[in-house]
Design a protein around this ligand. Structure first.
Ligand code: AMP
Length: 281
């Protein structure tokens, strides 16, 4: 496994692979890897001749006052994990390598970026779409892998790729959870042991909503109320939003008429946790 810090070097390497007729998969990450990330990498290794994993804490997707400075980092451990599962290359650029030269261009996917997490994090998805566009242009992957844990991100990137004709197949991978049901996240390190119960309210409330739809409930408002009550039983959990949306365009829906995305964001202590489930299918 090779480590690349410059755009020119990773680009040359991928060009050589392509000349030799090899396919390339890309897994964009911010590092501090866990089994959620490695599930994406393993799928890419299975699907492609070569796999590039980017490890870059992207400042553009953090707003003022967010956790950019404290975001957990351990590149030594990330490298060892990636080597063990067969990644071929790690792209680990500096901030200057990505954003040097005073860039004036940004990528913004309208409507989908200003709802749900975009309400509390107004610059977030523009930062994500811009850096992912750059990674697509730098690496030219045949396939790129994203976790459905960040469902809104997955839909925004899919739409961006279609709108801008990126020649890449966007693959969404299932949410990987801890044994107790908490969706794995690098930010789970912010949780204190006594906050764990409250954090589990997200997955539990998704289960409650799923049961309601299985017994025929179709009112989004009723399901949302039940989800909110389940989360609010934990004093440490503070709801940011609970919405049921169209799984493609992320617009709110009132009545479930098919698969619908139940989307949650909840603050527990210093952590802002997100989770989601497709219900009503
Ligand atoms: P991040 O490092 O948080 O930017 O995440 C990099 C990629 O890993 C994104 O596509 C995430 O959606 C994905 N990912 C993070 N956590 C999980 C998880 N628990 N299950 C599946 N994918 C995940």
């Amino acid at each position: 496994m090779e480590i690349f810090e410059t755009v020119a070097e990773i680009r040359n390497t991928v060009k050589k692979w392509k000349k030799a007729g090899l396919t390339a998969g890309l897994v964009p990450t911010m590092g501090y890897l866990h089994e959620g990330h490695t599930s994406l990498v393993k799928e890419s290794v299975r699907d492609n001749d070569k796999t590039v994993v980017s490890v870059f804490v992207n400042p553009a997707q953090f707003g003022p006052g967010e956790d950019l400075a404290s975001y957990p980092r351990d590149f030594g451990r990330d490298k060892a994990m990636l080597e063990a599962i067969g990644a071929d290359a790690v792209f680990h650029p500096s901030e200057d390598e990505i954003y040097g030269g005073n860039p004036l261009t940004k990528v913004y996917v309208e409507d989908m970026s200003s709802v749900l997490c975009g309400k509390t994090r107004p610059v977030h998805f523009e930062g994500v779409a811009t850096v992912v566009s750059k990674l697509f242009n730098i690496i030219s992957p045949d396939k790129a892998y994203f976790g459905l844990k960040d469902y809104q991100q997955f839909r925004i990137i899919s739409k961006m790729a279609r709108d801008l004709n990126f020649d890449v197949e966007i693959i969404g991978m299932p949410i990987v959870r801890d044994k107790d049901g908490l969706a794995l996240s690098s930010r789970n390190v912010y949780l204190k042991p006594e906050e764990r119960e409250a954090a589990l309210s997200l997955n539990k409330s998704l289960g409650i909503a799923e049961k309601m739809t299985e017994s025929g409930e179709r009112s989004a408002a009723k399901i949302i109320n039940a989800v909110k009550s389940a989360i609010e039983t934990y004093a440490a959990a503070k709801i940011d939003y609970v919405n049921i949306v169209d799984p493609e365009n992320l617009k709110d829906i009132d009545t479930l008429t098919g698969p619908s995305a139940l989307m949650l964001a909840v603050y527990v202590g210093n952590a802002r946790l997100i989770d989601n489930r497709i219900i009503g299918s």
